[in-house]
Design a protein around this ligand. Structure first.
Ligand code: LMR
Length: 397
C-alpha cells in the first residue's frame, strides 16, 4: 500500500538549511529560513528566556498532561500584548470576555487549527493575497479548502488595497480572508494603518471571516504598532481567528510556541467554538509541547523579565532597520533597485531575481535564499553586507 505514495519535493524553505550547511565556503551567507540573527550572525536564546528557563527547571515539579489547551497561564499572559492592555479599540471586546485562546505548537499549529475550524464551520472559500508564506497554501490544500488568491502588492511595491477591495466584493458571507497581521512574509510590504481602517470596514460590511496570522509582532514597528491591523479588524467584526507565533519574537523557534485566539460575537458562544478547537487539537497533536510556552509565561508574568524581553526585541528591530537602511542606501544595484527595502518591515523582502540569478548567487557567491527571491535581511551583518550588495550587482548587472 505504502508504495502508492509518490515522491514529494522537499519543503523549499527548509531545504535551504541543508543546502547552506553543505556549502564548504567559509564566507557563505544564509538568507534563507526566517530566523533572526545578531550582528555576529548568531541566533542566541533571549536572555529573558534563558532566565525563565532556569527558573522553570528549578521550580517545575511535574510534567503531567495539561490538556489540549496547553498552558493557559501563557495564553492569558500574552493577551494584553496582542490585544492591548489599554487600547480603546479592543477594550470593549476584552471586557465582554469575547476572546478565548489556547496554546498551539508554534504558529503553524495555530494556523492549522484555525483553518481546520474554518473548514469544520463550513466556510466556503479562503481568500489570500499572493505571494504568501508557502505553507499557507499547503495547509489549505491539505485540509481540502478552496483557496482564492488576489495580489498582495502593486508593481510599485505598495500593498495592493484595490486588489483586496475587489476580492472582498467578489467574496461574501461564508468566505474567510487570511491576512498577515504585520511583517508580511515574503514581501515585507504591510498594509498601512489607513488600509487597515478600510479593511476593517470592508470585512464588517461583507460579513467575511478574518483569519489573522500574527507571527512577527514586535519585529516591524513595535508591539502595539504591529498589532494595529489585528485590533482594528477585531473591533469591526463579530467573529475572528488570530493565529499567533512566539517563534520569532521570543526566539523559541524549535520549541514550537504559539497560540490560537478565537473571538465570538458573544462570550456565551465561546465554549462551543473552543470545544471544537480542543477536539481538533486532540485529533492532531493531542497536546502542545510545554517547554517554550512555560518559559514565555514566566517571562510574561514577571515585570523585570518582560521589560528585558521587550528591550531585546527593540534591539532586534533596530538592527534590522539598520540593515534595511544600508540596503536602501545602495539604491540601484546592477539591474535591481534596493531602495524599497528600506521602507519594508520585518525579516523578509523580495528582490526580483530571475531563477538563474538565484542560482548564480548560490553557486558563484555562496549566498542562499528562497527561489522566490525572498531574502531574510537579518542574515546580513556589517561583516557580509557589502559582499552581498556586490554579489547582487554582479549577478543582475
Ligand atoms: C519562514 O518563512 O522562513 C519561517 O516562517 C519559517 C518557516 O517555518 O517557514
Amino acid at each position: 500500500m505504502l508504495t502508492n505514495l509518490q515522491q514529494q519535493p522537499a519543503d523549499a524553505l527548509l531545504a535551504l538549511i541543508k543546502l547552506h550547511n553543505a556549502d564548504p565556503r567559509a564566507d557563505k551567507i544564509d538568507l534563507g529560513v526566517g530566523v533572526y540573527r545578531t550582528g555576529q550572525g548568531d541566533t542566541p536564546v533571549f536572555t529573558a528566556v534563558k532566565a525563565a528557563e532556569k527558573r522553570l527547571v528549578e521550580t517545575q515539579d511535574s510534567k503531567a498532561y495539561l490538556g489540549p489547551e496547553g498552558d493557559m497561564g501563557f495564553v492569558t499572559a500574552l493577551m494584553p500584548h496582542v490585544f492591548g492592555r489599554e487600547d480603546p479599540t479592543t477594550q470593549g471586546i476584552l471586557q465582554a470576555g469575547r476572546i478565548e485562546g489556547m496554546q498551539t505548537p508554534g504558529g503553524t499549529g495555530s494556523l492549522r487549527l484555525a483553518l481546520a475550524m474554518v473548514k469544520k464551520a463550513q466556510v466556503r472559500r479562503v481568500w489570500m493575497g499572493v505571494p504568501s508564506w508557502p505553507n499557507h497554501a499547503q495547509i489549505c490544500a491539505d485540509l481540502g479548502l478552496e483557496l482564492k488568491t488576489f495580489n498582495h502588492a502593486t508593481p510599485e511595491g505598495a500593498a495592493d488595497i484595490a486588489a483586496l477591495r475587489a476580492a472582498v466584493a467578489e467574496a461574501g458571507e461564508g468566505d474567510a480572508f487570511l491576512l498577515h497581521g504585520c511583517c508580511h512574509n515574503p514581501t515585507g510590504i504591510d498594509y498601512t494603518d489607513a488600509h487597515w481602517d478600510e479593511i476593517a470596514g470592508l470585512f464588517a460590511g461583507n460579513k467575511v471571516l478574518p483569519v489573522l496570522d500574527l507571527a512577527y509582532q514586535g519585529l516591524g514597528a513595535g508591539m502595539d504598532e504591529d498589532a494595529y491591523g489585528v485590533r482594528r479588524v477585531l473591533a469591526a467584526v463579530p467573529e475572528a481567528l488570530v493565529a499567533y507565533s512566539c517563534d520569532k519574537n521570543f526566539g523559541l523557534y524549535r520549541d514550537r510556541t504559539g497560540a490560537l485566539y478565537v473571538m465570538m460575537a458573544d462570550a456565551a458562544q465561546l465554549p462551543a467554538a473552543m470545544s471544537n478547537a480542543h477536539a481538533l487539537a486532540r485529533a492532531n497533536w493531542s497536546q502542545p509541547p510545554d517547554h517554550g510556552a512555560a518559559a514565555a509565561r514566566i517571562v510574561l508574568e514577571d515585570k523585570a523579565l518582560t521589560a528585558q524581553w521587550l528591550d531585546e526585541l527593540d534591539t532586534m528591530r533596530e538592527r534590522m532597520r539598520q540593515v534595511r537602511a544600508r540596503l536602501a542606501a545602495a539604491g540601484k544595484t546592477g539591474g535591481v533597485d534596493l531602495t524599497p527595502l528600506g521602507g519594508q518591515n520585518g525579516l523578509f523582502s523580495i528582490i526580483p531575481f530571475t531563477p538563474e540569478q538565484v542560482q548564480a548567487m548560490r553557486e558563484r557567491h555562496g549566498i542562499y535564499f528562497a527561489g522566490s527571491g525572498r531574502i531574510n535581511v537579518a542574515g546580513l551583518t556589517v561583516g557580509n553586507i557589502d559582499r552581498f550588495i556586490a554579489a547582487v550587482a554582479d549577478v543582475t548587472g
